[in-house]
Design a protein around this ligand. Structure first.
Ligand SMILES: [Fe+2]
Length: 437
């Protein structure tokens, strides 16, 4: 751990003096998906909305989960109308299904999109409201969730996202062509069932993109503005989920980064390497716990405009019909440029993160921290077939203003960066991210 931990969280006259954590409840291990029926019963579910990624419907593990629910004498109703990149329209449609079905529990089986869709459906069916009411300000009204939601068991099927551990649901707000979301502790699933057996048949690029999402969750949480430098929360008001790095979130990052550095390339390049894929799934959980309690910063803030303004790029392993830059890819394409910039704020942490990811930091000076970390990230990108920068997914200098405008609205994420970030700075970061090697 960073030797200057105490200094990193030094108190200040105006900064916050406390942080809040929500522990995720998890059942983890090969074969645990077959326990879902009993788990749902313990949570007093009877009539259950089961959100399933439409591409996974015919997989054995989905049948295993549904059989388990039926054997427990529960009534699962499957919903598969889930967008790869959810939109306000797809969230609303899922909410309408949830209202009609009068469910007393939710299950999600899929990646982040599926889990996030279930979170939103649970929210709007439990506490109906105008759609924009709960959406993050300034795009939405940022209204507080009135109380606890119906129980939700989230079952991730990729080695990434960590959505089962967070109270965050991300979607594409089509009218503004911008990604935004709903952030509230109440959205955190009641239970995550993480069964590494489900990752066996994942295509290489899906493992790479979800793996880099995990890597960036851990790096961003570790290097986020410390909670002691965030403005104090008014008394009685819960702290934001983007409350900044804190000693609790650090534990998740420190657990996740060495696992990712050692296993990401193996997990991507060898579908039979069950150990590597299992370890990545574990790292995703640790990083999810970290970013769910610290918040991400610039690579995520910048990623939403990159995904949202896609032209004609299609990622191998994803839908052949739809132009799409997967979330984890759009995050990591920005990361090398960002960490060169943010290293100046806390070089010890950047160097420490590079070491945990497997870089040789012997002899490296603190001034080298950003370069060492960014070089290690690009090594891992090259080793896993990630495109070489934003130019390789269709962007050019003429797109920089659009990307800047699309990302500058991500205030919660931008304000969680360890350095103040202007529009001009974002322009420079995007330009640097056009090509990495
Ligand atoms: Fe992410």
């Amino acid at each position: 751990m960073n030797c200057c931990q105490h200094e990193h969280y030094a108190s200040s006259a105006t900064g916050d003096y406390g942080y809040e954590v929500d522990g995720a409840r998890i059942t983890y291990g090969r074969g645990v998906l077959a326990e879902i029926g009993e788990a749902a019963k313990v949570l007093h579910m009877k009539r259950i909305a089961v959100f399933v990624d439409p591409h996974l419907c015919d997989r054995d593990f989905v049948k295993t989960a549904l059989d388990s629910l039926r054997e427990a004498k529960l009534d699962p109703v499957v919903y598969t109308d889930i967008a790869v990149e959810p939109t306000d329209a797809s969230f609303k449609q899922a909410a309408a299904f949830a209202v009609d079905g009068k469910f007393d529990g939710y299950v999600s089986i899929g990646g982040g999109s599926t889990m996030d869709t279930a979170k939103a459906a649970d929210l709007y069916a439990t506490y109906p409201a105008d759609f924009m009411d709960y959406v993050n300000a300034p795009i939405g009204a940022g209204r507080a969730v009135p109380g606890p939601l119906k129980p939700h068991i989230a079952c991730p099927t990729t080695c990434g996202t960590g959505s089962e551990c967070t109270g965050i649901a991300i979607f594409d707000y089509v009218a503004m062509n911008a990604k935004t979301g709903i952030r509230a502790r109440e959205l955190r699933p009641t239970l995550g069932i993480i069964d590494p057996d489900v990752t066996r048949s994942l295509p290489a690029m899906v493992v790479a993109c979800s793996g880099f999402d995990v890597l960036s969750h851990a790096l961003e949480s570790y290097t986020a503005l410390p909670y002691t430098q965030h403005a104090r929360s008014p008394k009685g008001v819960a702290r934001s989920l983007s409350q900044g790095a804190n000693p609790y979130s650090d534990v998740g990052c420190i657990g996740a980064l060495p696992i990712i550095g050692e296993h990401i390339a193996r997990a991507v390049n060898d579908p039979n390497d069950e150990v590597a894929r299992e370890r990545m799934m574990f790292a995703a959980m640790l990083a999810g716990i970290a970013f769910g309690n610290a918040g991400c910063h610039l690579p995520h803030a910048m990623s939403y405009a990159v995904s949202g303004n896609v032209k004609d790029f299609k990622a191998p392993g994803y839908s052949p019909e739809e132009a799409m830059i997967p979330h984890g890819m759009s995050v990591i394409l920005n990361a090398p440029a960002v960490f060169r910039f943010t290293a100046q704020a806390c070089p010890e942490r950047h160097l420490d993160a590079a070491r945990m990811l497997g870089a040789d930091v012997r002899g490296a000076a603190l001034d080298d921290a950003g370069e060492v970390l960014s070089t290690r990230i690009t090594e891992l990108m090259k080793a896993t077939g990630i495109p070489n920068g934003l130019a390789a997914v269709g962007y050019g200098k003429q797109d920089m203003d659009t990307l800047v405008e699309g990302s500058f609205v991500q205030k919660g994420l931008i304000n969680n960066a360890p350095r103040e970030t202007s529009k001009a700075q974002l322009h420079s970061l995007y330009t640097t991210a056009l090509t990495h090697w």
